[in-house]
Design a protein around this ligand. Structure first.
Ligand code: ZN
Ligand code: ZN
Length: 413
């Protein structure tokens, strides 16, 4: 139905950019793609663009909201501790043999809001455990991968609840296309320029080699120690298979690995976090020695507490990211209820697994070496937003001297 509302020519451009810039799919490379059923018009175009670029075999794996709900409403209790291991093992095998990974997101972010949080958490955990061998290829950036999104009706109705269906989809489509930089005549050049601007930020931060970042703002006074030998990344980066890709479309962030044992102070979220179908709002946590010792939320607190109990690393940070308040996604003023968008509207931190690529010579480090440098390990990686118009950030050098990094939500340099 959304086929009629979403401009097919813009979808073609998005598909082309996804394959050429997002994935930089290589001649003969296979592609494993996950998507909601509603994104079929985009999936078909992406498959066509992939084959034009020389893809080996494109394998789509679809999900459907009604099918997901059918499980929560009808399955016996034991079902929620299980996952389709055979399928996720197959994805891992595909990545191990060189396949690229693309995810199209667009599900209703509140799909599971009415379901039993206990079951949601158990199913999420079972899936995380089963997905771990596949995720390892993504988290360690062994292969080129990319996430983008499609304006489904159910998502659009969450973002624009008061609009008629068609208008809601059209507005979400506009927002997605603008943020994904595919509205102009030459999106590939626009992406080149954008990647160059982000590369300049990461070069400055990597030159500074800060020991820690100090965030202050309403409800926030947080010192985030950075991992030893951390490296800032942003925009395009090169996977271990040698392919330079854009893992997120859109992307506005520069990010690195915090030190899992060196985070101190308290922090308040600045936007709601949509996690596995539930909304968690006004998160307030205290860190001591890198770990969360107190946590509360005005909404979804049980979901948050369950998330923190996933494993030991779930209470520690695996990512810190900087995004100016003037970022186009922030200026849209929209809450997308989707991490891919909302994390690119504000500075954020992520609970859980770190990206081993965010280290000098990250590709050559073993799991133990990453850990020794302060990299966190967990089954989860959940981003939430801590930046806003009043965020100040100081970079703290090894000798204790301070350099302004952000003032009132914007780059200070
Ligand atoms: Zn991030
Ligand atoms: Zn993240």
């Amino acid at each position: 139905m959304t086929q009629d509302i979403v401009d097919p020519r813009t979808l073609d451009r998005l598909a082309d950019v996804a394959i050429s810039v997002g994935l930089n799919l290589q001649q003969g490379q296979d592609l494993i793609l996950t998507a909601p059923m509603d994104a079929l018009p985009l999936v078909r175009r992406i498959a066509a663009a992939a084959y034009r670029a020389g893809a080996g075999v494109v394998t789509p794996i679809f999900s459907d909201e009604e099918l997901t709900l059918a499980r929560y409403r009808n399955a016996q209790d034991e079902s929620f501790d299980r996952a389709p291991n055979w399928l996720l093992d197959g994805m891992a095998a595909g990545f191990a043999s060189g396949a690229a990974r693309m995810a199209i997101v667009g599900d209703d972010p509140m799909l599971l809001a009415e379901e039993d949080p206990e079951k949601v958490a158990r199913a999420g955990k079972a899936n995380s455990i089963a997905y771990r061998p596949a995720l390892e290829h993504i988290a360690n950036f062994k292969i080129n991968w990319s996430i983008l999104s499609y304006p489904t009706l159910s998502w659009a109705k969450r973002v624009f609840p008061d609009l008629p269906d068609d208008d809601a989809v059209a507005k979400l489509a506009d927002a997605i296309f603008a943020a994904s930089r595919v509205l102009g005549e030459d999106p590939v050049s626009e992406w080149k320029a954008h990647n160059a601007a982000l590369a300049e930020r990461t070069a400055w931060l990597n030159g500074k080699r800060f020991d820690a970042l100090h965030f202050t703002g309403p409800g926030t006074d947080l010192k985030v120690g950075l991992a030893d030998g951390h490296e800032w990344m942003g925009g395009a980066s090169t996977a271990q298979n040698g392919v330079t890709c854009n893992p997120n479309m859109p992307t506005e962030e520069v990010f690195t690995t915090p030190h899992a044992a060196k985070v101190e102070g308290y922090v308040r979220s600045t936007k709601p976090l949509s996690h596995q179908g539930s909304l968690i709002d006004e998160i307030e946590v205290r860190f001591e020695g890198g770990t969360i010792t107190e946590a509360r939320a005005s909404k979804g607190e049980q979901v948050l507490l369950k998330l923190l109990d996933t494993d030991e690393g779930a209470r520690r940070l695996g990512e810190v990211a900087l995004v100016p308040h003037s970022s186009p996604i922030s200026q849209s003023g929209l809450l997308f209820y989707n991490t891919l968008y909302d994390e690119n509207a504000a500075c954020h931190i992520a609970l859980g697994q770190c990206y081993s690529k965010c280290f000098l010579n990250g590709a050559s480090l073993s799991e133990d070496e990453v850990k020794a440098k302060g990299g966190n390990s967990s089954m989860i990686h959940v981003d939430w937003m801590i930046g806003g118009a009043e965020t100040d950030i100081d970079g703290i050098a090894e000798d204790g001297s301070r350099v302004p990094v952000f003032r009132r939500g914007e780059w200070a340099r």
